[in-house]
Design a protein around this ligand. Structure first.
Ligand SMILES: Nc1ncnc2c1ncn2[C@@H]1O[C@H](COP(=O)(O)OP(=O)(O)O)[C@@H](O)[C@H]1O
Ligand SMILES: [Mg+2]
Length: 329
């Protein structure tokens, strides 16, 4: 495998609340590679968005802070970077798109002026006219028809799918090395979702950027990603290539997630499988394995599991003491 572009190691994030300090991320580690997509999957509240905000250093101080760990990007540790250095990197080398483009776009500025703004910041050598032309080109590239007309419109005049395309155009205008996408298609209907995913894949092929794609949807992971990190209650509990994850998941939680996907042909047998119990509260996290209270294979020694991952193969690791003993159903 080629050299990692971004290496996240043992990232720990705490939030200070009136109820106490919450360990929202516990030793999260993963790599991003040029031209490859890592999927970050897990149920709501497991820490996916906090991970992306931590990478961009956008956690709201003083409540959220990176307690430990490093984020190496081209030899530079982002955790140590000051606000000015981060501002230069954000939207330039590392870009991000969010679930809800309406909150990320400025409602009182035209689409065109919001894309031109990126070129104003990052391509100052261009003339005003050239910047407008670049913005127009970007809008065409993300599949917006009648681009010239749309340039003069405001966000509320566009459909949800078009707004998300505009967000992608803005994010990619500076040709970032890394694109972080936090549930960018969750609010869209499935046909628009498929178009947006195709578009992202095409653009990635063109410019070779690394992608971190955050979702709770395993179908999207299967469609788009090369590798997957599964999160549970602030920890990465399994990492594998997409093929390995879908064909030979090892962690009981990942197995449960895969079992809970509706099957088209189950001969009408049985109800949809669910994972019993609930994700533990961050205020009341069990010691050791964070999944043990819901796990049918849980044993006494699970109380002493730390964050470390056990290696199944070079590209497949699991945070579970007993994965070897669990037989496939
Ligand atoms: N500003 C905050 N203050 C306190 N807790 C927070 C804050 N933001 C997020 N959290 C907590 O961090 C955990 C992870 O949240 P998040 O990363 O948004 O989850 P998701 O995986 O759904 O994106 C949740 O339990 C959430 O309650
Ligand atoms: Mg989220």
């Amino acid at each position: 495998m080629s050299k990692a572009l971004l290496t996240v190691s043992d990232l720990c994030v705490d939030f200070e609340t009136e109820h106490g300090v919450l360990n929202v991320l516990d030793h999260v580690s993963f790599n991003l590679y040029p031209g490859k997509t890592l999927g970050l999957v897990g149920e709501s509240g497991c820490g996916k968005s906090v991970t992306s905000l931590a990478l961009m250093k956008l956690l709201q101080k003083p409540y959220g802070c990176i307690r430990a760990g490093s984020i190496l990007f081209k030899g530079q540790d982002l955790v140590q970077c000051d606000a000015k250095q981060m501002q230069d990197l954000r939207g330039n080398r590392i870009a991000m798109i969010f679930q809800d483009p309406m909150t990320a776009l400025n409602p009182v500025k035209t689409i065109g002026s919001q894309i031109v703004e990126v070129f104003n910041l990052h391509r100052q050598e261009l003339t005003k006219k050239e910047r407008y032309q670049c913005a127009l080109e970007m809008l065409r590239k993300v599949g917006i028809s009648d681009a010239q007309f749309r340039m003069a419109e405001f966000p509320h005049q566009l459909s949800g799918g078009m707004r998300q395309r505009v967000m992608i155009a803005i994010a990619l205008s500076c040709e970032p090395d890394i694109l972080i996408a936090d549930e960018p298609t969750t609010a869209l209907d499935v046909t628009i979702q498929a178009q947006i995913l195709d578009l992202m894949q095409d653009l990635q092929k063109e410019n070779g950027m690394a992608m971190l794609f955050i979702t709770h949807d395993l179908g999207v992971i299967a469609e788009l990603c090369d590798d997957v990190a599964v999160m549970y209650a602030g920890r990465v509990i399994e990492k594998a290539s997409v093929i390995d994850l879908f064909s030979q998941a090892k962690h009981p939680y990942t197995k449960g997630l895969l079992d809970s996907i509706p099957q088209l042909f189950n001969d009408g047998k049985g109800a949809l499988k669910t994972i019993e119990g609930q994700v533990p509260s961050l205020l009341n996290m069990p010691t050791g394995c964070r999944f043990r209270n819901r796990c049918q294979y849980s044993q006494q020694d699970c109380k002493s599991l730390d964050h470390n991952l056990d290696t199944h193969s070079e590209n497949h690791q699991i945070n579970c003491k007993h994965w070897r003993e669990i037989k496939d159903a």
